[in-house]
Design a protein around this ligand. Structure first.
Ligand code: NAP
Length: 313
């Protein structure tokens, strides 16, 4: 029998208990799922972790074979010096489909001008505003072509958008114009009528969108950021919105979360705030990935979605 410590927020345990128990049973492994405080840390084989959970010092978990993060983002654990065990992050269908729906929904909202449509329900029949562009006439840029960025970019290309993707290392993805490196970023920004970022929070992505890079965007560009809040220099974005350089921003992630009530984003007429809900970890699909990694650990096979801690994601 192996011992699995469920170290997410205690209130999430009821949601995970059934799915995790079932997913582990399906692997044929006999396991006991315990909570922090219920067992000797030195007897734990795997830690199911979230940054919101009670375990942040991994030193006592001398037997643990892996820390299995329920989140895709690892910025709050990757630099933890007490962590000596392999760290795996979450890549699963729930996060992927959630992100695709959030991104395509907000891209289509901008593309179709839905905010203006909803604001104009005033009895005036406006049929003289010209022929609206088709998706194939709209350039969308995706920063980040990882598990989530690539799938969203492919979904947008599937809707017909002209999609450019940008990543750290070069990529070749059918239907996407893939760029990389600093020159690639400048070229990508210059064509971004709608800019989406699904980049992780690392030293290399912090303040990537600043007054200099925002100035490269076409006038009135729209920004959608469900990646991480540190990507954006907030003062620079507010200035670009006020100047009309950026037409609107939809922001799901922030430097400080929850976004404080007094933050200027809340009241800004050109900002939509969503409360970090673009893609939620879902117990059913996340449990399957956790169980598969435990099966791999027990079989001596390589873990899925192992974080490269030197790279930071
Ligand atoms: P991933 O598979 O690790 O992909 C990360 C992508 O970013 C890769 O394409 C990577 O390039 C690129 N990248 C990293 N650093 C870069 C840099 N300095 N310059 C250029 N490109 C860089 O991650 P993922 O699963 O797609 O998730 C991405 C992020 O989404 C997570 O880290 C998390 O912060 C965020 N997220 C948000 C929510 C939400 O609800 N808002 C939910 C889930 C995830 P390479 O391909 O060249 O390595």
């Amino acid at each position: 029998m192996i011992r699995i410590l469920f170290a997410d927020k205690p209130e999430n345990r009821p949601r995970y208990e059934g799915p995790l128990t079932r997913a582990i049973a399906q692997t044929g492994i006999v396991a006991e799922i315990v909570q922090p405080g219920e067992t000797d840390p030195a007897s734990v084989d795997y830690i199911v972790y979230s940054p919101q959970g009670p375990v942040q010092d991994f030193t006592p978990f001398t037997r643990a074979k892996a820390v299995l993060n329920l989140w895709a983002g690892v910025e709050r654990v990757v630099g933890n010096e007490t962590l000596t065990q392999p760290l795996c992050r979450m890549v699963d269908l729930g996060l992927e489909r959630g992100m695709v729906e959030y991104v395509t929904g907000h891209v289509l909202r901008y593309h179709l001008g839905l905010d203006a449509t909803l604001a104009a329900q005033d009895g005036v029949w406006r049929h003289d505003t010209g022929v609206p562009p088709l998706a194939r006439d709209r350039s969308v840029v995706m920063l980040g072509l990882g598990a989530l960025g690539r799938t969203c970019a492919e979904a947008l290309a599937g809707l017909g958008f002209k999609v450019t993707g940008w990543s750290r290392t070069p990529k070749d993805i059918s239907g996407i114009d893939c760029l990389s490196g600093p020159d690639g970023l400048h070229a990508a920004l210059a064509r971004a009528e709608i800019l989406v970022s699904i980049l992780p929070d690392t030293p290399g992505t912090t303040n990537l969108l600043n007054s200099e890079t925002l100035a490269l965007l076409p006038e009135g560009a729209r920004i959608i950021n469900p990646g991480r809040g540190t990507l954006i220099d907030d003062d620079a974005l507010l200035a670009a919105l006020d100047a009309g350089r950026v037409g609107h921003a939809t922001l799901d992630v922030f430097r400080v979360e929850p976004l404080p009530p007094e933050h200027p984003y809340w009241a800004h007429p050109k900002v939509t705030v969503t409360p970090h809900i673009a893609a939620e970890s879902r117990a059913e699909t996340a449990s399957e990935v956790v169980a598969e990694n435990i099966r791999r650990g027990e079989a001596g096979e390589p873990f899925l979605y192992l974080v490269d801690r030197s790279r930071g994601y």
